[in-house]
Design a protein around this ligand. Structure first.
Ligand code: NAD
Ligand code: MG
Length: 384
């Protein structure tokens, strides 16, 4: 009984970020041990007391038992399907195999797909939910910092094609997101760093308060401090929610959802060269990309040298990736620029860059000449 009292006294209601999309508004719940009460949070939202959990083999060993227990306690029927961990699972063959396994369970239109895992599981399970029986209800339980602050909010789902990453997919909004901060305790620091880059990105794009908060608390986030993690996730989700509600399907020609690609034009170009085998994590590439985007913005006269100094100081203090040189790969500026031009963010054959007029002031620019980009890359140590 004492234990129960203690637990009740320590219990805090989760933070809530409302994603106010017109036809499918939903809440992101953020807090400790949400998975242990998943049944309680989900039961009122599920159209049928039946779910299919999709997770990866690694997350399954860490966090699946808690989820299954919580669902069982609330009489929610579940089946669980596991895929191998890693980007390789976002493939056609894994998708088709998984789809067949889902269909073999005899699911119905009201069966909910629950993604338990990082962005890989979220994107894959989300695409299954978007396409099985022409669309099933979907719940995200993101377990990496990156997926809690980025991929679980906004409704983009999909898989990779041999021709490139995330080229096959659909918009499919979840009915709920449970961001359980206690899952992040098992996350390697390197994965926290990668997720943190997307948080910092949000601040740089349009939330100078968040950037200042990062300057004060970023080290705690990287150290895995639970309060700092919860606060960072809440702030970054609130920012992303605002952006995606204003431009749900990335159709705005200016300053809409595309702003979320700050640092990604450079980042993707580096990732394409390094491969997706874990040598360079997406968030690490973004971290470098943020610094490059700021440098280019200063170079082109949009941002001040002092803005670059402030970002550089923060990245240096936290030992975040910021230099292409340190990757120890021999990049060619020409190849990197070719990679940028293959990006699906191209429009009418022109490169779109997200640039900065200062911290918290990102904007879309379609007229960046390739010359300054090349100079920047060569200054960063790339061969011509
Ligand atoms: P991930 O899903 O591969 O997870 C990284 C690794 O961490 C995996 O090996 C996983 O098994 C492990 N892991 C997950 N949770 C853990 C935990 N709690 N403790 C210990 N280990 C854990 O990678 P990610 O960084 O979460 O996501 C990357 C993917 O997200 C990419 O495929 C990217 O394209 C996608 N993405 C999608 C969107 C979107 O809007 N849909 C946005 C950003 C990224
Ligand atoms: Mg990203």
């Amino acid at each position: 009984v004492d234990k129960l009292h203690e637990a009740l006294a320590a219990w805090q209601p989760p933070e809530k970020v409302h994603v106010a999309l017109n036809n499918h508004a939903y809440d992101v719940l953020i807090g400790k041990d949400l998975i242990d009460r998943a049944g309680r949070w989900l039961a009122p939202l599920l159209p049928q007391k039946r779910v299919v959990i999709i997770t990866d083999e690694h997350v399954a060993t860490l966090h699946l038992p808690r989820l299954e227990r919580a669902l069982a306690e609330t009489n929610i029927r579940f089946d669980t399907l596991q895929v191998p961990r890693g980007e390789g699972s976002k493939s056609f063959s894994c998708y088709s195999d998984l789809m067949n396994r889902v269909l073999a369970l005899g699911i119905e239109r009201h069966t909910t797909i629950v993604a338990l895992g990082g962005g890989v599981v979220g994107d894959l399970a989300g695409f299954i939910a978007a396409t099985a029986l022409r669309g099933l209800p979907f719940v995200q339980i993101p377990t990496t910092l990156l997926s809690q602050v980025d991929s679980s909010v906004g409704g983009k789902t999909g898989i990779n094609a041999p021709a490139g990453k995330n080229l096959i997919g659909a918009f499919h909004q979840p009915i709920a997101v449970l961001a359980d901060s206690s899952t992040l305790a098992t996350l390697p620091r390197r994965e926290r760093v990668a997720g943190y880059a997307e948080i910092l990105k949000a601040g740089l794009i349009g939330d100078p308060d968040l950037f200042a908060w990062c300057e004060a608390h970023g080290a705690d986030v990287l150290d895995g401090n639970p309060q700092a993690l919860t606060e960072a996730v809440r702030r970054a989700c609130a920012f992303k929610a605002k952006v995606v509600t204003q431009d749900e399907r990335e159709t705005a020609s200016q300053n809409g959802r595309a702003l979320l690609n700050l640092g990604h034009t450079f980042g993707h170009a580096l990732e394409a060269e390094m491969g997706y085998d874990g040598r360079l994590l997406h968030g690490e590439a973004v971290s470098i990309g943020l610094q490059m985007a700021m440098k280019l913005s200063v170079e082109l006269g949009y941002a001040k040298e002092t803005d670059l100094e402030r970002l550089d100081k923060h990245l240096t203090q936290l030992d975040m990736p910021k230099s292409i040189r340190r990757l120890g790969n021999h990049f060619s500026a020409t190849t990197l620029i070719e990679n940028m031009m293959r990006d699906k963010k191209m429009k009418d054959g022109k490169l779109t860059f997200i640039l900065l007029r200062g911290i918290g002031k990102a904007f879309t620019n379609r007229d960046v000449e390739l010359g300054p980009v090349r100079v920047l890359l060569e200054d960063a140590g790339c061969a011509p």
